[in-house]
Structure formats: C-alpha cells, structure tokens
Design a protein around this ligand. Structure first.
Ligand SMILES: Nc1ncnc2c1ncn2[C@@H]1O[C@H](COP(=O)(O)OP(=O)(O)OP(=O)(O)O)[C@@H](O)[C@H]1O
Length: 204
C-alpha cells in the first residue's frame, strides 16, 4: 500500500502550493486528473524522488520512503527513462530493466517478445532505436517500464499519440500488470484510459 499524507510542495514562495493526500493499494490504479498546469507531473516527480516535498510523508507498506533517493524507491516511471540506448537493440534495451546484465533467460526473452507483439511491435527485437519512429520508441520505453519488477508504476501521459491498436495493446499490458499486483499512478488527459484502468480518481 502506498500512502501519501499531507504532502506539501511549492516551487517558489510567492506561488500557491499543493497538498496531496491519498492511498493506493497493490493491484489498483489511481488516475490523477486536472488541466494543464494543475500539478500532475509535479506529483509524479515528488513520488519518484525528483523533487523534495516541503512537508508530509510518503510510505510504502508502512515504511517511510520520502527521504530515499529515486533508485531506492519502489517505483518505476516512463518519464524517468524514455531514453533508449542507441547502440543496443530493442530486446536488450527492454531487458536492461529486467536484469542488470545483458544475459536474458529464455523466459525473459519470451515475455519481451509477447509484450512487443501486444503493442504492435512483433519481430522488432533486433531493431536499433535509430530505426524506429517516435511512437515506436515510446512503446519500447513503455514495455521496458512495464517489465521492470517494481511494485508501483508512475505513468505520465503514457499513451499520448499512440494509435488505437497500440493503445488497446497497452491497456491489456497495464491490466495484466495490475492483476499481478502492480499499483499504478496514472496522469492522463484521456478519459478512455481512465475508464479502462483507474479504480479511483484524484482531482487536482
Ligand atoms: N521547475 C519549476 N519551477 C517553477 N514552477 C514550475 C516548475 N515546474 C512546473 N512549474 C509550474 O507548476 C505548475 C504545475 O506544473 P505541472 O507540470 O506539474 O502540471 P501538469 O498538471 O503536469 O501539466 P500538463 O498537463 O501540462 O503536463 C505549472 O504552473 C508550472 O508552470
């Protein structure tokens, strides 16, 4: 369970600040809603540890995590790592999230291939990022995030600009992640994403 309590933040003293307060269970998805500039990315950056809150706490399974650096928090995010390594092929780029070395098991390779197929990238394992379109790179980065074994996914507009088929494939992948116990914090302007994925809403 993720617990965010009285988390306060402001960029500068003369701005009104934010106060966030919510909980998120394993296997659940919370949608962060609000117009442009309402603070959705700010919240994701606070959770991820890229910004420090002025007050309040973030806990995971009862342990405070708000003073941990990003890499020790139980989160993975797309915005944090949409950069692909240009000299490594698609399978290896995705595999880096699953395994710190480059040796993947047969099972891991099969999971990568299945996930690529579900977002319309069947057979792309050996392609280099430089040969991919922007939308294809976005999908590779998303698959990498989804296959990391972190318990909470932080997703900032993850499906923006994708075509209908890729979007449906990613919905399926995200639902499967939820079913396997991942919690998801989803900032999305798209009401269909929210309807398909979210169990609760936080309106900013
Ligand atoms: N580094 C910063 N310094 C000062 N103000 C900032 C900084 N980053 C963001 N802001 C301001 O904080 C507010 C919230 O920005 P944020 O990016 O969190 O909104 P958002 O809801 O994610 O917007 P969008 O939907 O457009 O991505 C905006 O008014 C923005 O200008």
């Amino acid at each position: 369970m993720l617990e965010v309590r009285q988390l306060e933040f402001r960029y500068t003293g003369d701005q009104p600040g934010w106060r966030f307060d919510f909980t998120l269970a394993r296997g659940a998805c919370i949608a962060i809603n609000g117009p442009s500039g309402s603070g959705k990315s700010t919240l994701l950056n606070l959770l991820g540890g890229f910004l420090s809150a002025d007050a309040g706490t973030i806990s995971w399974d009862g342990q405070r995590i708000d003073s941990l650096p990003p890499w020790h928090r139980p989160f993975t995010s797309v915005f944090q790592e949409h950069n692909l390594f240009e000299h490594l092929d698609v399978q290896t780029n995705i595999g880096l999230g699953m395994h710190p070395g480059l040796r993947l098991t047969k099972d891991q390779k099969a999971r990568i291939s299945d996930s690529l197929a579900s977002v319309g990238l069947a057979g792309y394992e050996r392609r280099l990022p430089g040969d991919l379109s922007g939308g294809q790179r976005q999908r590779v980065a998303l698959v990498r995030t989804l296959l990391r074994s972190q318990p909470v996914l932080l997703l900032d507009e993850p499906l923006t600009g994708l075509d209908e088929q890729a979007r449906k494939g990613l919905h399926q992948l995200l639902l499967a992640q939820k079913a396997s116990g991942s919690a998801i914090v989803l900032a999305s302007h798209d009401s269909e994403d929210r309807e398909v994925l979210a169990d609760s809403q936080l309106n900013l």
